[in-house]
Design a binder for this molecule. Structure first.
Ligand code: CA
Length: 488
């Protein structure tokens, strides 16, 4: 208690509040898997996301949030470590388990735990739901040991974490390369895993609300990650004819040089019955509708958790973060997936509500990054911030939506792929199979859909952005074949 009071006295003011008047805030961190910026609150007209839109109206809406690595485990590593990747394993899905011992001074949950918080991870927070490695992700060592008071998955018909992650209706597991990428089952919300996550989250939230100790509760939902599967009624919310088609230039495979890839996660991990979304307009619409339906389904489950919080914490002493771990290309650049450095792979929702937030519902267009979340949360909770973090607290944008970005956004992919995003430009540097560097430059002021590589016409901008990219050291060790294999 003495420590708690001491920290309380040191609290810098939360936005618009006197910190000493309040107990330390709790943190509800909601991760949504593979959620691109397809929310109504982010201006997407065909989205049906009433729950997240309502939450956004009470929060700060970051329209330009970028992740560090466009794949689940590596994006979460950057989140929890609060740093850009520094070794090749940290751009792969196994990076948390294989590199956590070298992370130095803690990680986000461990830091909170060290400063008096109980820390909980339910569902998919690290790469493996429940935070275990091994066969079917349930019998190996913890991915991030020493960090969570408890890390777990609900008990469900899918039984194993790996089946829960890729589950079809009523406990049916995925068969890689065979089962379909889409499913609409005419049944209740509990036909799919996220309803079970929401149930378990609400149940535990009730328990935590009775405790006088502060808590950090991370809840990880699975949709809209593939397979795009949800109860039929969420599909019925979406008329496929009303989901806008991509402009042909936006759907085209980029001209060489580019970091284009053949969307292995979508094309190889599922059975398509010979259908090909780039060649079959009806299939394109079905896939995009199924993604939108999966977003609507997870929206409803997140809404149940937020409704419970309203009842359990009427004073609003909980910081709530809604975060997408990266985006997803639904045919942009002829890619159906995320493993690339284009805009829609890296941009994802970030909504933050903090006690005393003013101008709730206002948007910040500042470029912000996933690595900013760690220092933002320590700042808002009045904890010290570890010195080594690469991000910056977003308090400025929470206090004043028009506050500018502190820095450009950076992202990483494979051993040599890097990108830097400024308000106007994106530079992408990748390496061709023969080792030659490939440079792409996009000018969002004149080409918001990234259809023209203008690197040749703007050598000065390329040079300036390459110099900024070089400020972050290159990844330091060769990727092992195992780490490389896990990336895709
Ligand atoms: Ca993901």
């Amino acid at each position: 208690m003495k420590n708690l009071l001491a920290v309380g006295l040191l609290l810098s003011a939360l936005p618009g509040t006197h910190a000493a008047d309040r107990p330390r805030p709790n943190v509800l961190f909601i991760a949504i898997d593979d959620l691109r910026n397809d929310l109504g609150a982010l201006g997407v007209a065909h989205a049906r996301t009433p729950q997240l839109d309502a939450f956004a109206a009470s929060a700060r809406i970051f329209t330009h949030h970028y992740v560090q690595v466009p794949t689940c485990g590596a994006s979460r590593a950057a989140l929890l470590r609060g740093r850009y990747p520094s070794v090749p394993a940290q751009v792969g899905n196994g990076g948390i388990a294989t590199t956590h011992s070298s992370w130095g001074d803690g990680n986000l949950p461990a830091w909170f735990q060290r400063h008096g918080y109980r820390t909980y991870a339910l569902g998919k927070i690290t790469h493996h739901p429940g935070g275990r490695t091994g066969h079917l992700w349930n019998d190996g060592p913890e991915e991030l040991p020493g960090s969570w008071t408890r890390s777990w998955i609900p008990t469900t018909p899918w039984k194993e974490a790996e089946h829960l992650m890729h589950g079809y209706a009523n406990g049916v597991p995925r068969i890689p390369g065979k089962t379909p990428p889409l499913e609409a089952f005419d049944g209740p919300d509990s036909a799919y895993p996220d309803a079970w996550v929401a149930d378990e989250a609400v149940k535990n939230l009730r328990e935590f609300a009775r405790s006088s100790e502060p808590w950090f509760f991370a809840v990880g939902f699975f949709k809209p990650h593939l397979p795009f599967a949800a109860p039929k009624r969420y599909f019925d919310l979406h008329d496929p004819q009303k989901i806008p088609a991509l402009a042909p230039a936006a759907a085209a495979k980029p001209a060489w040089p580019s970091g284009w890839h053949p969307s292995g996660e979508f094309r190889k991990n599922y059975g398509h019955g010979g259908r090909e979304p780039d060649q079959d307009a009806a299939y394109t619409r079905e896939v995009r509708r199924a993604y939108a339906a999966s977003v609507s389904y997870v929206d409803a489950q997140v809404g149940r958790l937020l409704d419970a919080l309203k009842v359990l914490d009427p004073a609003g002493n909980t910081i709530v973060v809604v975060w997408g771990d990266h985006g997803f290309l639904l045919g942009e650049h002829a890619i159906w997936g995320k493993h690339c450095l284009y805009e829609n792979a890296l941009r994802s929702p970030l909504l933050i509500r903090a006690p005393g937030l003013t101008q709730a519902g206002a948007t910040s267009t500042a470029l912000v990054e996933t690595v900013d979340i760690f220092p933002t949360l320590t700042d808002l909770c009045g904890l010290p911030t570890p010195a080594q973090l690469d991000g910056r607290s977003l308090r400025a944008q929470l206090d004043r939506p028009a506050a500018p970005a502190a820095k450009p956004a950076r992202a990483f992919w494979q051993d040599a792929g890097r990108t830097i995003r400024t308000d106007r430009w994106r530079l992408i540097v990748t390496r061709a199979n023969d080792g030659a560097p490939q440079v792409e430059l996009f000018d969002y002021a004149h080409d918001p859909l990234e259809t023209r590589n203008v690197a040749a016409a703007h050598a000065d901008i390329v040079s300036e952005l390459q110099a900024q990219l070089a400020l972050v050291p290159p990844l330091q060790a060769p990727a092992s074949s195992a780490a490389r294999k896990k990336k895709l």
